[in-house]
Structures are given as C-alpha cells and as structure tokens.
Write a new protein. Structure first.
Lengths: 635, 284
C-alpha cells in the first residue's frame, strides 16, 4: 500500500509534468493538472490513514535506479553549470563545478557499495509535510489555471507558455514529496537540487530582464546551500560510513560529535529557507506569477530548508550549534519583521513575513526541546496554510487593481468584498489567538524563556509582526462609509481554493491539541511536553485553552457580526469628522473659498527606522557574523 | 472554583475600575487646584453615552468594538482564574488590535493617524511586557499566575528593574502623559481624540467599559509583584498609581518617535540587566 501511495505522490506528478510538456491543448492540460491534483490530495490523505512506516521498496535499492540517480545527479549539476555559463555568473559556475568534482570523487573513490539501502522513512513529520505539500500545492495549482490565462492575456503573449509553467509546478510538488519521504542523504541532496532548479526556472518564467536577474540570484544563493549540503553529506559518510538519515541521527543523538557537517546542513537549510543573510533570493522571487510565490512560500522550497533542520535537530540537541541555530533564527525573525514594517509593497511584506516566520521556526528547532520542536512543527503547518491563502488573495487583488501597493488597497472592501474579507481573515489567522500561528508563537516564547538573546529577539519580533499585519488588515475593510460594496465575481477555480485554505486555517487551528496528541507526540519518546485535556494544552510552565477560547471567539464573533449588519435599526451612519463642514462625498470637507477639499490618508511606514536602506546593511553584516559564529562553535 | 473566580472578576472589575478612574480624576483635579468631579463620574459618563442616539461611522465598527470589549473581559476572566500570563496578554492584544482596525475603517485623518500611533504604542509596550512575563517565569518556573502565589517572597525583590520596565508599559497602556500619543484624554489637541475620534454614543460607552477592564487587568498584573501580604499589595498599587498620576501631570505629550527610542533603549537595557541577574542565579 505504502509503495503505491509513494509512487502516486512522487512519480505521478513527475510523469504528469512530462505529459504537460508533450500533450497539446489547453483543455487536455487543465484536465491533466486537475486529475493530478486530485490524485495527490487523495494519496496524501490515504498516506495519513496508512500511518507512519519505513520501508525499502525493491526498485529503490535496485542497481538500475541507483545508476539512474547518479546520472541524473550529474545531468542536473551540468544543467546548473550551463545556466551559470549562459548567464555569465561565476559563482554558479564555480559552485556547480565544485559540486560535480566532489560528487564525482565521492561516487568513484569514497562510496563503497552504498552500504545497506536507506530506502524510505515516513514518520509523522514526513506525513505532515506530505499532506501540506500535496494539498496546499494542489490548491495552488488549481488556482493557477484561471490565473495564468489572465496573466498571459495581460502580457499579450502570442504563444502560450503554460505547458512549461504547469510542468514545473507539478515537478516541484513531486520532488518535494520525494524529498520529505527519503531516508537516503544522497537522494535527499538530489531532490534538494531539483527544487533549486525548479524555483530558478519558475522565477525566471516571464523571461523579462528583472525576472531573469532575480532567477539567477536565486540560483547562486541556493547553490551555496547545495554545496554545503553535499560537503556535509560527504563528511558524514567519511566518518559514519552510512547515508541512512535515521542511522546518522541515531548515532549522533546525545553526543556533540560531528558538529561541522551538521553545521553545513544547517547552512543549507538556512539558504533554502531564505534566512538572513540569504534572504535576497526570496524577495526577488516575487517577480514570478503569483502561484509560484504561493508555492515557494507556503508548502515547498523554503519549507524544505526548515524540514532539513527540524529533521536533524535531534542530532545536535544540547550542543553549542543548537544554541547558535536558535540565535540565528531569532535574529532573522526580528530583522525581517522590522524590514517588513518599512515596506508598502504587499508582496514584499508577505515575503519578509515568510522569512521572519521561518526564522521563528528555526529558532524553535534550535531551542530543541520537545515543546520547542512541537512549536516548530505547528508553525510549519499553520504558516503554510495561511501564507498560501494570503499569496493567492494577493494575486487576485493585483490582477484586479493593478497594483501591489498596500496604500492602493485602502477601502478594498468596496471593490472586492469577498477577497477583502478573505484576506483580512487570513491576516488575522497570522496574528491573533486562538489561531494556530499564535499558539505556536506562544509555545516558542515559553520555550525560549531560558535563553536571553533568543527571548529578547522573539519579544521584539513578535511586537513588530503585529504592527505590519494589523496596519494592513485595518485599511482593507474600510470603504465608503455606508459600507456598501459592489458585487464581486470570483471564478470558481479561485474561490474554492481560497475558501478551502481559509477553512483549513480555522479548522486546523481548532484541532491543534488533537494534531499534537495524535501526530506530533508519536515522534517523541519520553514524557509528553503538553497534556491535552478538554482541548487545553498545558504543562508545568503554562497553559493555552485552545478549544474553550475558540468557543468563546466564535460566539463573540457571531454576536458582534449580528450587531454590525448593514442598515441596523436605530444606528444612523454618519460621515467622518473633518474638523468643519463635511462635503457631500466621503472624506471631503468645505475648505477655504467654499471649495470642496479632499483629504489624503496614509499609514506610517517609518522608513527612518525600518527602511531597507537604513537596516539592510546592518542586518546582513550581523547575520553573516552570526553564521560565522554558528560555524565557529561547531569546530 | 476557578470558574467562580473568573466570573466574579468579570462582574466586579468594572466597579473597581470606576472607583480607580474616579479617584484618578479627583486627585488629578486636586493637583491642578480644581475640585474635580464626584467619585462616580466615570459611571455617569458611561451611562450618559449609552443613552445617546445610536450613531456609527462604518458598518463594521460595532464588530470591532464588541470584540475589543469581549477580549478585555476574557483576559480579566483568565487573570482571575490564575491562568497563563502570556496567554492573558495575547488575548488582551486581540482587543487592542480590533480597536485599531475599527479606527482604520473610517477615512478620517484623525482616526487614521490615531490608529497608526496606537500601533506604535503597542509596538513599544508589547516586547517589554513579554520580557517582564519571562522574568516572572524565570523566578517562579511557570507562566501560570498560581505559581506566583505559591512563592514565599514577593516578586519585586527579584525583579526590581523589571518592575520599572513594567511601569513604562503601564503608563502607555493607561494613556497617561508623556505617552498619551494615540488619543489624549482631552479632545482639543491636534489629534482630536485620535484612535477614538470616530466612535460615539454607545460604541464609545462600550470602549470606556473595555478600558476599565484593561485598567483592572494591568493593575492586577502590577499587584503580582507583591503577593505575599495584602497590605504590601495595596501599598504597592497605591504608590504605583500615585506616581502614574504625578507623572501624568508633570509631563507633556511627546512624539511617538521619542517614545519608541527612549522606551526601547531604557526598557531593554533595564530588562537585560535584571534578566542577567536571574540567569546567573543571583536571587536575593
């Protein structure tokens, strides 16, 4: 059963990707993409049903497969080298040559028969990742169907480039599923590189100057990560003579040996997760069509980096490296949140928020207690769902109003009531209790209380996060003061993914205690970090009443909503106070010479404190220093 | 039993809040050589606002106001149920955010500027409070309030500097000078009433009520610094509030830039010193 599901989760999207390239016609492609999405969703749900498992399917250990992967590995690196030469980027060329040389030396001289085949490993962490990748990924792909039509119509393309686009999306999802299910470090490296290549091609999809430049940036930064991962892998094999991830973790658990390769793996995770100072590639990625951004930011790509660090966290528990990872993560959480405040470009705010939240997740991985790892996994889940939702909403808004500027979204409720409502709810799920993101943050802060620097940075970052989200949520729902809005048409393929994601964000938040006790707890040995009775998550250091608070929240929300319907009897609606006689139109007043004068509002963006120009230099320098410290403490 | 305490807290808190606000106004008047209003004036104010003709400036305003009030009530209930301090603080933050969103709904320059400034105020006090709570955790080993009551020494002895840091947050949260930046008590300044400008009548009455809950919550947090004797607690609260009133009367409103810079630098430095004492085990 497991092997069939594995095939349909990994091979099926990859085959569908190839079919996308070959088969002509839009309707064939839509049907193909739709079917693949449904297969992915169904298989991932069945995989949960099937439960955790580790197995070595025959085809994975066959000599043919091993040879195929070896060839594919070199072909992949060759392709990256080709792009390095084509775009005249020396870093990419050098790094891919280094990887080719190291890999060749490793395969020819060091690797002796590969030992026992490591096969597949699917614990609850992998299950959660597969579920996120397959479901959020498929929803994003569905949303992309109408989106890309509009996108190409807007660009006035004569020949559609959609086959390439959808092929890459599907390949990406297949590679991510394979990445989180493999137990072989070398295979992990292979899929890690595929996601790098896919993201490079997707970012450069539109083919204009900016997207080409930004895709090259993504490639060279991620090449650093790939090189670090390969070097770490080789060093691990040299000492432990195995590439079996579980065996490696088992051998290293409880010791502070081999911190250098583990540090290299962390660096690889940091580049993928766009942690400071590697954040530049993810910020540039927003030039791609929005479904790409949604995919990169939510369930795939950046989450591969986080997954790598969480996966190996037991191997460096209690070491100086672990503390260093926590400090680096917390620093990214803080600095990215500060930079987000200075931004009025909505997509950039979303990007900084992703970087910041991934920093929080990595800080939890570095704190590395049972409670902190729980926080990390919960944050991975809730961030993926809410961020996919926010990016897709952002895509709809951008197509409708033709701008990414937050200030242009003032009173969006009047133009796009449904989307405005959904994105506002999405934002609230990012910052308010009892939603899951806040539950995760609560766990993170309570776990960090024993670590001065991490704690200070988490406290500051948490406050900064509230500001940039609340500011945005606030202006969206404003509109004409009577609160009237035009009806909005959302295509079905856009509406259902949005509503499903919003529903998931809420339902998953309510079931957080259940997710913990059924899914996360099982991966740990020893006493549980949290007791879950009556929907309250509690331990000696605190308690969070998830379900009781949700019941109160739902009750209050419905009551308050009933009090705010349009045309409530009794409540007159008045225009805003304008320090004088108000004009007929909203927000105007009778000015000098009896002229009707308008008013202009704008949020604070505080660029003197939080602007990129002001902060980027300091932040990058500090982050580089922290990474050096992290490597230094490993030696 | 905890449920009874929680309910009692929710019922009694507004009355306690009215008394505190009444004393505040009388004392402030004395400082300014005025007689001042009767003790129950805050209650009369709310009653009068409630009787006004209902009027709103945006259809979603009541939504925001009711959520603000509910969040304040739930946080007080959690406080009296001796629950998790960090959770109480986050629930309180829901209200603070919805007050801001309500102000953002209306295209009025005054409420928009007020909303932005209120966010800066939240930005200024939130990290300080989280750090103070972490300091409490380091002393008692738990974020639960019940653990503080289990201590045999008052927290103030271990956390003197963090108490000063908490004082900053208290002043900002109570909207006292020099930090009455997003909405001053008197609506005749450049900001009108800032974040509160567009609320009127019943909505404003509910906001006043919610503010009473918040005052009680923040004074409740203050009382946690002396839990070993009831008199110690009363003296600490009375002194703290008296200092708040004096500071309010002798200082002018400052700009939000000044607030952010000065409070973060002083607050973080004091916090770091106090936390390092705690980490090094220097408990005395």
């Amino acid at each position: 059963m497991f092997e069939i599901l594995y095939t349909s989760l990994t091979l099926c999207p990859i085959v569908a990707a190839l079919a996308c390239l070959i088969l002509p016609g839009k309707s064939t492609r839509s049907a193909l993409v739709g079917m693949t999405g449904i297969i992915l969703i169904a298989s991932s749900v069945m995989l949960i049903w099937n439960g955790p498992v580790s197995s070595t399917p025959a085809f994975l250990s066959s000599a043919k497969f091993t040879t195929f992967i070896q060839i594919a590995d070199f072909a992949l690196l060759g392709l990256i080298l080709y792009f390095g030469i084509k775009f005249n980027n020396r870093i990419i060329s050098v790094l891919s040559l280094v990887q080719i040389a190291v890999l060749a030396a490793f395969e020819l001289f060091i690797l002796d028969g590969h030992g026992a085949p490591a096969g597949l490993f699917c614990d609850n962490l992998s299950l959660i990742m597969v579920l996120l990748i397959s479901i959020a990924g498929s929803l994003i792909v569905f949303y992309a169907l109408p989106y890309m039509d509009y996108h190409e119509h807007h660009l006035k393309l004569t020949k559609t480039r959609q086959p390439r686009f959808f092929a890459l999306l599907l390949l990406f999802i297949g590679a991510m599923n394979a990445l989180v299910l493999t137990n072989d470090l070398l295979l992990f490296y292979f899929f890690f590189e595929i996601t790098t290549l896919c993201s490079f091609l997707l970012i450069g999809h539109d083919g204009n100057k900016v997207s080409r430049e930004n895709s090259v940036t993504a490639l060279w930064i991620n090449s650093i990560g790939g090189t670090a991962l390969l070097l770490g892998t080789v060093m691990i094999y040299l000492q432990l003579h195995t590439l079996d991830i579980q065996a490696v973790i088992g051998k290293l658990q409880g010791s502070d040996a081999m911190l250098i390769p583990l540090g290299l793996l962390c660096v690889a995770g940091f580049t993928k997760a766009a942690q400071m100072p590697f954040q530049k590639w993810l910020l540039g990625a927003m030039v791609a069509p929005t479904p790409t951004s949604a995919l990169l930011h939510s369930a795939t790509m950046v989450k591969a980096g986080v997954y790598l660090v969480i996966r190996f966290a037991p191997a460096f528990q209690g070491t100086a490296l672990s503390t260093a990872v926590a400090v680096c993560g917390a620093f990214t959480f803080l600095s990215a949140a500060a930079l987000a405040i200075g931004q009025r470009n909505g997509k950039k705010v979303l990007a900084y928020s992703t970087i910041s939240n991934l920093g929080l997740i990595l800080a939890c991985a570095g704190i590395n207690t049972h409670a902190a790892i729980t926080a990390a996994i919960l944050l991975v889940i809730f961030h993926a769902v809410s961020k996919a939702l926010l990016f897709l909403c952002m895509g709809s808004i951008e197509q409708h109003i033709g701008s990414r500027d937050i200030e242009d979204m003032r009173g969006l409720f009047g133009e796009m009531p449904k989307t405005a409502m959904i994105i506002t709810m999405g934002i609230l799920t990012m910052i308010l209790p009892p939603f899951g993101m806040l539950l995760g943050k609560w766990m993170a802060i309570e776990s960090a209380a024993g670590n001065l620097f991490t704690l200070l940075m988490l406290a500051l970052g948490s406050a900064l996060t509230v500001v940039y989200w609340a500011r945005w949520a606030g202006i969206l729902m404003g509109s004409d003061y009577k609160g009237e809005s035009r009806p909005e048409h959302l295509p079905d393929m856009a509406r259902y993914p949005l509503l499903t994601l919003l529903g998931s964000a809420i339902v998953l938040s309510i079931s957080a205690p259940f997710i913990y006790s059924k899914m996360i707890l099982a991966d740990f040995t020893g006493t549980a970090a949290y007791a879950t009775t009556n929907g309250v998550m509690a331990n000696a250091s605190g308690s969070f009443a998830v379900i009781p608070l949700f019941m109160i929240a739902i009750g209050v929300f419905l009551f308050a909503l009933a009090k705010s319907g349009p045309g409530k009897k009794g409540a007159k609606i008045a225009g805003p106070y304008m320090s004088g006689i108000s004009g007929e139109e909203n927000g105007t007043y009778v000015g000098p010479m009896n002229k009707i004068t308008g008013s202009v509002q704008s949020n604070y963006y505080l660029s003197a404190f939080f602007g990129e120009k002001r902060l980027s230099g300091v932040v990058n320098a500090t982050a580089c220093a922290l990474i050096l410290i992290m490597i230094g403490v490993s030696i | 039993m905890t449920l009874v305490y929680a309910l009692l807290g929710v019922v009694l808190a507004p009355f306690a809040g009215i008394l505190v606000a009444g004393f505040d106004r009388i004392l402030t008047a004395k400082f300014q050589s005025r007689t001042g209003p009767p003790l129950l004036q805050p209650l009369y104010d709310i009653a009068k606002l409630w009787a006004k003709e209902p009027m709103i400036a945006h259809r979603f305003q009541p939504l925001c106001v009711y959520i603000y009030l509910a969040a304040a009530m739930v946080s007080v209930a959690l406080f009296f149920a001796q629950s998790d301090l960090l959770l109480i603080f986050f629930v309180q933050a829901v209200g603070a955010i919805f007050l801001v969103i309500g102000a953002f709904l209306v295209p009025s320059p005054f409420s928009q500027a007020g909303a932005n400034r209120e966010l800066i105020q939240i930005l200024t006090y939130e990290p300080l409070i989280i750090i103070v709570l972490a300091g409490i955790y380091l002393t008692t080993g738990s974020f639960n309030i019940s653990a503080i009551y289990a201590m045999d020494k008052p927290l103030l002895i271990n956390l003197p500097l963090l108490f000063i840091v908490f004082g900053y947050a208290l002043t900002i949260k109570l909207r006292k000078s020099p930090f009455d930046i997003s909405a001053s008590h008197h609506a005749h300044q450049e900001l009108v009433r800032g974040v509160l400008t567009e609320y009127s009548g019943r909505m404003l009455a509910l906001i006043e009520l919610a503010h009473l809950y918040e005052t009680i919550l923040i004074l409740g947090l203050c009382s946690l610094f002396w839990t070993t004797s009831i008199w110690g607690m009363v003296v600490l609260l009375a002194l703290t509030y008296l200092i708040e009133i004096v500071v309010d009367n002798i200082s002018a409103r400052m700009s939000f830039r000044w607030m952010l810079k000065s409070v973060w630098t002083t607050g973080l430095a004091l916090s770091a010193i106090n936390l390092i004492w705690l980490y090094s085990g220097g408990r005395f």
